[in-house]
Write a protein that binds this ligand. Structure first.
Ligand code: IMP
Ligand code: MG
Length: 176
């Protein structure tokens, strides 16, 4: 498959993703059975994963969204908030929903912000965890798939804005 001049190969199929998302939802249901978590998808990349995951949850839950933009090339990975929280997270059990953990900087910043706002607990559900992100002190409680460091698209993830609509996840073929 070609996208923006790069070659990609199919990496995780829609049915693989579906099965794994169901398992993640079951685990979350168990862990949050006496709570009402606030699910917080980080836009844009997590919109499809979040929708599929939330549809599978049986535990009563709330949903709100945040959106950040990272300034590329900025050492220290400054984050700018595009859409912020529109409800109080004070005393809430927040579960951040992220498409992919690459460096982990996004999750680190979001979790610091939420703790400052008085969240009772802050956990992460991440669909894809890249190998290099394991250096980050942030350890997501729920991980869909551990993957290698190559760029991926599909199932919400993009390359220069394209590819979010693909039902499967594709990985770039280096020198492809
Ligand atoms: P971070 O480096 O963990 O802060 O990741 C920042 C954001 O970059 C992620 O939330 C994704 O939206 C995006 N990103 C990182 N790696 C990839 C990739 O392989 N494909 C598509 N988007 C990615
Ligand atoms: Mg993202």
């Amino acid at each position: 498959m070609k996208l923006n001049g790069l070659t990609f190969k199919k990496y995780l199929t829609a049915s693989h993703l579906k099965n794994r998302v169901k398992k993640l939802a079951e685990k979350i249901d168990l862990d949050y059975q006496k709570k009402t978590p606030l699910l917080l998808p980080v836009l844009n990349g997590s919109f499809i994963f979040a929708a599929d995951l939330i549809k599978q949850l049986k535990v009563p839950c709330k949903v709100s969204f945040v959106k950040h933009a990272s300034y590329e090339g900025t050492a220290g990975g400054q984050l700018k908030t595009i859409i912020g929280l529109n409800e109080s997270v004070f005393g809430q059990d927040v579960l951040i929903v992220e498409d992919i953990m690459d460096t982990g900087e996004t999750l680190k910043r979001v979790s610091e912000e939420l703790k400052n706002l008085g969240a009772k607990s802050v956990e992460f559900v991440v669909l894809l965890q890249k190998e290099k992100s394991k250096k980050n002190p942030i350890k997501p409680k729920y991980i869909g798939f551990e993957i290698t460091n190559e760029f991926v698209v599909g199932y919400g993830l993009d390359h220069n804005g394209l590819g979010r609509n693909f039902p499967d996840v594709y990985q770039v073929v280096p020198n492809g």
